[in-house]
Design a binder for this molecule. Structure first.
Ligand code: KG4
Ligand code: ZN
Length: 354
C-alpha cells in the first residue's frame, strides 16, 4: 500500500510518500519521498509558535512540499491519504486536513485522520533497515509510552495495539514548554530545548558547583502526574535574585533546571513501570532528543528494570514528521482500525480517547 502522509500540527510542514507492507505483527516501511520544512526560525522572534503565522506558512508550503515528495517518489499511484487531525494548533491542523481532503478527492482514494501522539509512539517502535527503510515487530506488551514534547507530557499504557489508558500527565506545562520558557528566561531563542541542553553540557563539563538546586515537583506524590510550571517559576525567582548574569551563570542555571526536569521524568517513569508491569518503554516527542534524559532513562532501565525493552525513535524520527503519520495510518489500516469518518481538526484530542 502506498500512502501520502501529511503533518501540520505545529510548526513543521511535512509531506511523505511511504510504501508499506505487513501487519502490526511485522511490518516494513519504505520512504519513497519525504519533504519537510521547519518554521522554527520564523517563530523564534515570538518565543514560541505563533498560530496565525504557522497556518499561513503551512498553506504556502504544502503544495511545494507535496510536489517535491511526489517527484522524489517518482509519482507513484497512491492508495491512501493520511493526515494528522490532532492534537495540535487547530488553524494549523485545518491546513493539512483541507489539503489532504483535496488530494484524496483528486486521486480518488480514501483519507484517514491520524493522532499525532500515536505517530510519536509508532516512531519510537520502528527500527531502521536501510537509509530509506524501517521495520517494526510487535513489541512486548504492555508498552508504556513516555510522550514528551512541547505540548504534551504524559505516560500512557498500551495493553495491545491502539488500546491506550492514561497513567499520568502534566497538570500544567509540558516539559518541552518548560525547556522553551526557561530558555527564554536565560536569553535563548525558541526552540529552547537543544540550546538549554548545550548550555547545561558546558556547565557540566566545566564542573560547576552544584549549589543551585531546583525543586522536583510532585516527586513525593504517589501518582504518575507531572507539574513543570512551579519549576519554571523557581528558575524565574532564582534569576531575579542573581541580578546581572554571566554566561557561566546562565549555563549553570540551564544545568540545574535540566537536572530537575530529568529527575522528575525518571522518578515518574520508575513509578509507572512498577505500577503497570510494562515490558517495553517507548519514548517519543521532541524532548526525546535530549541526550541527558536518554542517558538517565537508559540507566534506569539497565539498573532497575533489566527485562524491560527501551525503545527510542531512530534518526530524526523524534522530530515532528509525516513519516510517523503514514506509519501509524498504515498500522491502523492493516488492523481495520482507521479513523475514516469525517475528519476535523481536534486540537486537544487525547490518545486515550481514540
Ligand atoms: O514533538 P515536538 O517536535 O513538537 C511538539 O509536538 O510539541 O517537540 C518540540 C519540543 C520543544 O519544546 C523543544 O524545545 C523540545 O521538544 N526539545 C528538547 C530538545 N530538543 C527538542 N527539549 C530538551 N532537550 C532537547 N535536546
Ligand atoms: Zn510532536
Amino acid at each position: 500500500m502506498k500512502i501520502l502522509a501529511i503533518e501540520t500540527s505545529c510548526d513543521e510542514t511535512a509531506v511523505a510518500v511511504l510504501e508499506c507492507q505487513g501487519t502490526t505483527e511485522s511490518a516494513t516501511f519504505t520512504i519513497l519521498g519525504n519533504a519537510l520544512f521547519s518554521q522554527a526560525a520564523l517563530h523564534a522572534p515570538y518565543g514560541g509558535v505563533y498560530p496565525t503565522l504557522a497556518k499561513r506558512e503551512h498553506q504556502k508550503n504544502l503544495p511545494l512540499l507535496f510536489d517535491r515528495a511526489l517527484a522524489e517518489a517518482g509519482n507513484p499511484r497512491l492508495d491512501l491519504v493520511a493526515v494528522t487531525q490532532g492534537p495540535g494548533l487547530e488553524p494549523a491542523l485545518w491546513q493539512g486536513i483541507e489539503f489532504a481532503k483535496a488530494k484524496a478527492t483528486e486521486l480518488d482514494v480514501p483519507v484517514v485522520g491520524v493522532d499525532h501522539m500515536e505517530g510519536h509512539v509508532v516512531s519510537g517502535l520502528v527500527y531502521p533497515t536501510s537509509d530509506v527503510g524501517y521495520g517494526l515487530d510487535s513489541p512486548a506488551f504492555p508498552v508504556l509510552a513516555l510522550l514528551i514534547s512541547g505540548g504534551h507530557t504524559e505516560l500512557v499504557l498500551m495493553k495491545e495495539w491502539f488500546a491506550y489508558t492514561l497513567v499520568g500527565r502534566t497538570k500544567d506545562d509540558a516539559v518541552g514548554e518548560a525547556f522553551d520558557k526557561v530558555a527564554r528566561l536565560i536569553g535563548l531563542e525558541y526552540p529552547g530545548g537543544p540550546k538549554v541542553e548545550a548550555h547545561a553540557a558546558a556547565s557540566k563539563s566545566r564542573g560547576s558547583p552544584h549549589n543551585i538546586v531546583f525543586p522536583r515537583p510532585l516527586s513525593h506524590e504517589p501518582t504518575c502526574d507531572f507539574s513543570f510550571s512551579g519549576l519554571k517559576t523557581a528558575v524565574l525567582y532564582k534569576l531575579r535574585s542573581m541580578g546581572e548574569l554571566s554566561l557561566d551563570d546562565r549555563e549553570h542555571i540551564a544545568e540545574a533546571f535540566q537536572d530537575a526536569a530529568r529527575d522528575v521524568l525518571v522518578m515518574k517513569t520508575r513509578r509507572a513501570l512498577t505500577e503497570t508491569g510494562a515490558k517495553t518503554l517507548v519514548v517519543g516527542g521532541g524532548v526525546s532528543a535530549s541526550r541527558e534524559i536518554r542517558r538517565a532513562l537508559t540507566a534506569l532501565i539497565e539498573e532497575e528494570f533489566p527485562s524491560v525493552v527501551l525503545a527510542y525513535p531512530p534518526g530524526t524520527l523524534h522530530l515532528d514528521n509525516a513519516i510517523m503519520i503514514g506509519m501509524a495510518a498504515y498500522l491502523r489500516e492493516s488492523a481495520h482500525q482507521s479513523a475514516r469518518a469525517e475528519i476535523s481538526a481536534r486540537g486537544s484530542q487525547s490518545i486515550t480517547d481514540l
